[in-house]
Structures are given as C-alpha cells and as structure tokens.
Design a protein around this ligand. Structure first.
Ligand code: KG4
Ligand code: ZN
Length: 434
C-alpha cells in the first residue's frame, strides 16, 4: 500500500516531549470523570455510525499515560467505523505534480487543520484554540486537552476543506503530527488522519512537530536552498538544529531542563499574569526597563550550545519572596521585573544561536516556535543579523505558535524525501520522537 511515513527522518531530538506547563487532572478539585464515549461520528466524507463498540484493549503506553479506556475506545472507534465502511484497498499511485495536502495538528492545546498546495500555497488554515479551557489552571491539563480535541477535530477538518473549496476526495495526501507531544492529544489527530487516509485511499504522511515548526519560517518567505541553523523555541522545546535544504536536520544542542516558553509560562503563573504567559510578559515588558534587575544567564560564556532556564525561573521566585508580590510592592515595578526576566532569556537565545551559526559556518538562521513571536527576541535577532550580515528567517506571527499549515508544508518535503509506508496501521503516536 502506498502510504508514506516519516520514519526515515534522520532528526535527532532532545529527550524531552511536550514540557509545557502540565497540570494533572487529579490535582483539580471537582474535576468531572471522563464520560463514556458514545459515538456519533460524522465527517465530511459522509460516514455515519452510532454506538459501535471497539474491543481492542488500550496499549501499554496509553495505560501508562493515564488515559481512560473509554476515551481510547472512542479513538479506536473512529478508526474502526471508517474502516468498516470502506472496502476499497489502496493501489499504487504515481506522485502527482501538484500535491494538495490536508495537514492535521493536535499535539498539545490547539486543534488545527489546513490545506496547502506544494508546501507553500495556503488554501485554508483553521485553528481551534483551547486557551479558555486551560486558562483557569494556569497550564495545559492533558486529559482536558484530549477531550477537547475529540470534540473539535472533525468540525475543524470540515471547515478546512470548506474554506479551501475542495472535497476530501480532491486531496492528494493527509498529513498529521505523529509526535512529540501529549500522547492522548496526538492520538486524536492521528486516528482521524488514519481513518481519512484509509477511507479516501490517500497516502498518509506522518510529520514530526518540530520539523513542522522549522518549515514555518519558509512558508511565506524565501524557499530554502542552502543549509541553515534553526532555533526551535516553544513551550515544549528549546533546541538548535542544523537543517538541510531537504528538511532533514541534526541536533546541535538543547535545553537541559525547562523550555524557554515553559519559563515564560511559569513566571507568568507565579506573578498571576494569566495563561499562556509569553504574550502577556511580552506586552508588559514593552513598558519596562530590561536592565532594572540582573537575572542569571545560564551557560552564557561557555562554548556549549545547551540551554538551561530553570535557574532564572527560581531567581524570579526568590525575588518575589524577598520583595513581595507585585500587587503590594512599592519597591519594584512589575513591568521592570518582567522586562528584565525577558531580557535574560532573549540574551541567551540570541547569543547561542549566533554561536551555533559561527560554529557551523552558516550565514542563514531561522528562529521558530511560539517564543519566536516575542517582539524583543525578533528585534534583537534582526539587529544582530544586520550587524553580522546574517540572513534571519522568522515566521510571521500566526505561524510561530502551533498550526496545521506548517504540518502540511513539512509533509510535502517529507514526502519528497521519504519512501512509502508499507502499513498505515503500524503507525503509532510518539510522545517522544528522537
Ligand atoms: O509553539 P507553541 O504554540 O507550542 C509548543 O509547541 O510548545 O508555543 C507556545 C509557547 C508558550 O509557552 C507561550 O507562552 C509562548 O510560546 N509564547 C511566547 C509568545 N507567544 C507565545 N513567548 C514569548 N513571547 C511571546 N510573544
Ligand atoms: Zn509547537
């Protein structure tokens, strides 16, 4: 069967999965139990089914992750129902000249779908954000994220197809984030994608979420025909890669503890600024003095391309313990505190990225992921690039945070590079993907 996958990717990733601030369901007082999954599945290619029971037991990684079996059965049900209604088997297909890909992303707290032609022409881009769901807890609650994905995945896919002005049968392939991320969240997108690919007899392309972020810098701008250094800086990851023009990459260094976005979110929570914290701190910092307080910059003077952000978070906590919470303090301004914290993070990110470019003797730098939306980081990178005559590639703001356009774009390059997957149903979600 001509299913494509991403197993040949030679990416090396840090041993971290999504490390965004995660809140356990058990720690939420009065949290509702997971409801039994009675399924009424409706999707755009007219498959209807009501209440068919799936018997396959949950897999061990699912049990370990604490997902309820009812929820897992629900996912298996989506697969089974679609398979049940489809009798056609896949035949060998010639790769088309134009590749119309439906991208699906559900690795954390956004449910997203997009249709993209040849990795660059965006026909639709739909994102259902879960911020309102997780905001009261100050971080992502994995079980709530999974449930919300189940609710929104099919409407989001439907809308992406509608906005692109095509039907599902007009697609050339279905692409989906396979990992890294929250296992329950990933499984929702993967199950929907597998079912669609099977039902429509289309190839399935499995995409590494970080490869997706890397492609985000090249969707609208210049196409990359030379290697570059890429800083992936998000709520789950902070890592430097050397990326080749075909999209393959090798790891240069990563964080030993917290991701930069995670530090933004934790400090925002500590200061009662709301969730997600990065954008709030970014906005408040514009009115503050970045030199007001000195916070630690880990490994700044060493040759290492590794990062560490847990120390700076602790330093802010000590500061608040010593001088009191911002609301009652007359000793310092909250704007100065967050601007100084942000400056320490930005200093490290900029200096390590330039160091990596020098070490690899490359003049092109891409900075991607949610934290790449940070205005101070973008400003400092642009200044350094002008000073050192480097080419800097930044995604537009909407493609910094999680989206499905980047998944469809990465899938196109993955498809060009990778072979066919012999068995679509072998494909499993990977909470860690090295
Ligand atoms: O890429 P993303 O949507 O999800 C992951 O793959 O992790 O990144 C989300 C992260 C959050 O930690 C959020 O606080 C951070 O990106 N973020 C920002 C800004 N906008 C989002 N951090 C700093 N400044 C921003 N403007
Ligand atoms: Zn992401």
């Amino acid at each position: 069967m001509p299913f494509i996958h991403g197993r040949q990717s030679n990416m090396k990733h840090p041993p971290s999965c999504t490390k965004k601030q995660l809140i356990h369901m058990r720690s939420i007082p009065g949290a509702p139990p997971c409801p039994p999954f009675t399924a009424v599945v409706r999707c755009s290619f007219s498959v209807r089914a009501v209440g068919i029971k799936a018997r396959r037991p949950p897999r061990t990684d699912q049990i370990r992750s604490g997902l309820s079996s009812a929820f897992m059965n629900g996912l298996i049900l989506i697969e089974k129902v679609l398979i049940f209604f489809v009798t056609k088997s896949a035949d060998e297909r010639n790769p088309p000249d134009t590749m119309l890909v439906l991208g699906i992303e559900s690795s954390c707290d956004e449910t997203a779908a997009a249709v993209v032609e040849n990795g660059r022409r965006i026909l639709s881009d739909v994102i259902a954000s879960q911020v309102a769901v997780h905001e009261p807890y100050g971080g992502v609650v994995p079980e709530l994220a999974s449930r919300k994905h189940v609710e929104t995945i099919l409407p989001v896919i439907d809308q992406a197809l509608r906005e692109a002005g095509i039907t599902a049968s007009g697609l050339d392939a279905v692409a989906v984030t396979r990992g890294p991320g929250l296992i329950g969240a990933l499984l929702v997108g993967l199950s929907a994608a597998k079912a669609m690919a099977y039902a429509l007899n289309k190839p399935l392309i499995a995409v590494n979420h970080l490869e997706g972020h890397m492609q985000a810098a090249f969707i609208e701008g210049e196409e990359m025909d030379r290697p570059c250094v890429c800083l992936v800086v998000s709520g789950g990851h902070t890592a430097l890669y050397r990326v080749e023009p075909d999209g393959s990459s090798s790891l240069l260094g990563s964080t030993r503890d917290d991701a930069a976005g995670e530090a933004f979110d934790k400090v925002a929570k500590l200061l009662n600024l709301g969730y997600p914290g990065g954008a709030v701190i970014d906005a408040l910092s514009a009115k503050g003095d970045p030199g007001a307080h000195a916070f630690p910059r880990a490994f700044m003077d060493s040759d290492s391309l590794e990062f560490s952000f847990s120390g700076i978070k602790t330093a802010v906590a000590h500061f608040v313990r010593r001088f009191g919470p911002p609301s009652s303090s007359e000793i310092y301004r909250i704007e100065d505190l967050v601007a100084s914290f942000q400056e320490a993070i930005v200093d490290v990110l900029v200096s390590k990225t330039i160091k990596a470019a020098n070490r690899c003797k490359l003049r092109d730098i891409a900075v991607v992921g949610g934290v790449a939306a940070n205005r101070r980081l973008r400003q400092r990178l642009s200044e350094e690039a002008a000073r050192l005559q480097l080419n800097i590639h930044l995604p537009s703001m909407r493609f910094c945070t999680d989206n499905a356009v980047m998944i469809a774009a990465a899938a196109y390059f993955n498809w060009k590079r990778s072979g066919f997957c012999p068995d679509l149903f072998e494909l499993d979600a990977l909470s860690r993907w090295f």
